[in-house]
Design a protein around this ligand. Structure first.
Ligand code: PYC
Length: 428
């Protein structure tokens, strides 16, 4: 496996990276080759992908690996992974509420499970379990609902009680004397955390090795449409022709779609997160409390990664705020008073493109050749692989894969929403 980069559907190729290289470049005096290269921008490509996060890079990778479509450019106005892919809290799970959501995110978990081997890149996927706490009868009811839908779809999820929670997280106060006693939790053993930048770099390296061009610091300023068909994009480095353009942006998805004349029912709000100094490993599962508006996990380096609610206003700001830190600390200490002397090191925000039903918008648009993979709200990173795989299949075959038929843009005019708010880890 070490010397194979990808063997999906026979489009595999030899990797430039192998165990031999580890000795040659790690111990010897050779220089490690660049993981992905800079290229001259061509005048035309078969497919242009706007957005160099996990979604855009995954679409490029699966186009090349699964379908042999390699004349592909990925454009990012910054560096790859500098948007939502580098700003999320890297939680992976498939314990959703709707059958459509469960099936879709389960495929992503399966792809993530084999990603390190497939890309020959350690993405550090740690399936340490995921607990969504219930502090009220109504949230316990939703946990039971999710558990039943999950089980029907073959997903490992069940509702457990305070004693079982205590066995999984011994330091947590599960007594009845707290302000918000824990009544139970949805326990999802396959859930966990991953190293988000490694996923971005792994897809970028694999896509590059298969012939994809990655153009960083290349901002799309316009999209050319002629006779109802997409014709190409304009960028701050010149124009590029292409019969297929895919909008894989987060935060700017409405602005990019507007350039093609396609309206998106999306509003954009920041979601803040924070990380502490490293402490001894003491927390194995990911813990989410909707009532307390927090989620927390401990990384392999020992840092605690926290998040809370989406900021209650639309904005493109990606800065942290004192209000957030204050509220976060208050809520964390309700749940884990012993963390009172742990210091927060950094905080930041990512942009969440919220749709009316909290499900994504994926597939074709009224402009022929213009595709969207947007509207991910607070669920985007975990969907990267399955979004890449299904969008690549749609572009290559012109047939919408079963897994994403429910997520088309036209569902808003049909009133066929896929309500996924009940599966949020994040307060809204
Ligand atoms: O859906 O698991 C989730 C999540 C955590 C943080 C943001 N979204």
């Amino acid at each position: 496996m070490l010397s194979r980069l990808s063997s999906r559907n026979g489009h595999g190729m030899r990797a430039r990276y192998s165990a031999f290289n580890l000795v040659r470049y790690g111990i010897g005096s050779g220089e490690w080759p660049r993981a992905w290269r800079d290229h001259e921008m061509k005048a035309s490509y078969d497919v242009i992908i706007v957005g160099g996060g996990v979604h855009g890079l995954a679409v490029a990778y699966y186009l090349a690996a699964d379908h042999g479509i390699t004349n592909v450019a990925v454009l990012d106005k910054g560096y790859i992974g500098s948007g939502g892919s580098g700003r999320n809290t890297a939680i992976i799970r498939s314990n959703y509420l709707t059958p459509e959501g469960v099936r879709f995110y389960d495929r992503s978990v399966k792809l993530y499970e084999r990603l390190a081997g497939e890309l020959n890149f350690n993405v550090m996927f740690s399936q340490r379990g995921h607990l969504t706490l219930a502090h009220s009868d109504s949230s316990l009811r939703t946990m039971h609902w999710r558990a039943e839908v999950n089980k029907l779809e073959g997903i490992d999820s069940e509702v457990i009680g305070p004693q079982e929670i205590k066995a999984l997280v011994p330091f947590m106060d599960t007594s009845e004397s707290t302000r918000y006693p824990i009544l139970g939790a949805l326990y999802h053993p396959p859930g966990g955390i991953i190293r988000h930048d490694a996923v971005v770099w792994g897809y970028a390296r694999a896509a590059d090795a298969l012939g994809v061009h990655i153009h960083q610091n290349t901002e799309v300023t316009g999209i050319d449409v002629s006779g109802g068909r997409v014709a190409g994009v304009r960028t701050d480095r010149g124009s590029i022709a292409a019969p297929v353009v895919v909008n894989c942006t987060a935060g700017w998805s409405t602005l990019i779609s507007d350039m093609a004349g396609v309206d998106m029912p999306v509003t954009t709000s920041p979601l803040q997160a924070a990380v502490t100094e490293p402490v001894r490993p003491f927390l194995r599962p990911v813990i989410v409390s909707g009532t307390l508006h927090i989620y927390v996990s401990q990384t392999d380096r020992g840092e605690l990664v926290f998040g809370a609610s989406v900021d209650p206003f639309p904005s493109y700001s990606m800065r942290g705020s004192l209000e957030f830190t204050e509220e976060l600390a208050g809520h964390i200490l309700e749940l884990m008073p012993s963390l009172s002397s742990v210091r927060v090191l950094r905080q930041w925000a990512g942009l969440c493109d919220m749709t009316p039903d909290y499900s994504p918008i994926m597939g074709v648009t009224p402009v022929e050749g213009f595709y969207v993979d947007v509207g991910w709200g607070t669920y985007g990173f975990k969907a990267g692989p399955v979004a890449g795989e299904t969008m690549a299949q749609l572009i290559a075959t012109q047939k919408t894969p079963e897994l994403i038929t429910a997520f088309g843009l036209e569902r808003f005019s049909r009133g066929a929403l896929v309500g996924e708010k009940g599966a949020a880890s994040v307060g809204h």
